[in-house]
Design a protein around this ligand. Structure first.
Ligand SMILES: [Cu+2]
Length: 149
């Protein structure tokens, strides 16, 4: 326990130095499934902060299971690749999870969620840091990019 305790004052100094302690995650939305039983998707912006950080997982009490995917175009076809090694965000940089790119897939989404509802997301970073974020649920858009699942 003592290594953690001695680390705390350093964190406090860092927080005091930065003008606006940037949240690690902003602009979180959850795209609801187009039909019951289909996966939904979470999109957001990750911030590296002063030192950079690596996102290792995202979970939600509103989903039975989640996976981080990247979407790339190869030979004219969209392919989804699981992001199994996490996602590194450079210091002072940003990584966007957005439609047509990186996304978190939400399986077994709780039924009854509707547009405008708040969906809780829990982000875990490789340094042990976690962030609880409330994402806004959005109605499924046209063109279901996950229809291949
Ligand atoms: Cu996916």
């Amino acid at each position: 326990m003592s290594p953690k305790a001695s680390f705390l004052p350093i964190l406090l100094v860092l927080a005091a130095c930065s003008q606006q302690p940037a949240a690690p995650v902003t602009d979180a939305v959850v795209r609801l499934p187009a039909a019951t039983g289909r996966p939904g998707a979470a999109y957001f912006t990750l911030h590296g902060g002063e030192k950079g950080r690596t996102l290792v997982s995202v979970s939600s009490p509103s989903a039975g299971r989640t996976e981080m995917h990247d979407m790339t175009m190869s030979d004219g076809m969209m392919t989804m690749t699981p992001l199994t090694n996490g996602v590194a965000i450079p210091a002072k940089g940003q990584v966007r999870f957005e439609s047509g790119g990186k996304h978190v897939m939400l399986f077994d989404v709780k039924p009854g969620l509707k547009s405008g509802d708040a969906v809780q997301l829990r982000f875990t970073f490789s340094n042990g840091e976690t962030a609880a974020v409330s994402a806004k649920a959005e109605a499924p858009g046209g063109g279901d990019m996950h229809s291949g699942h």
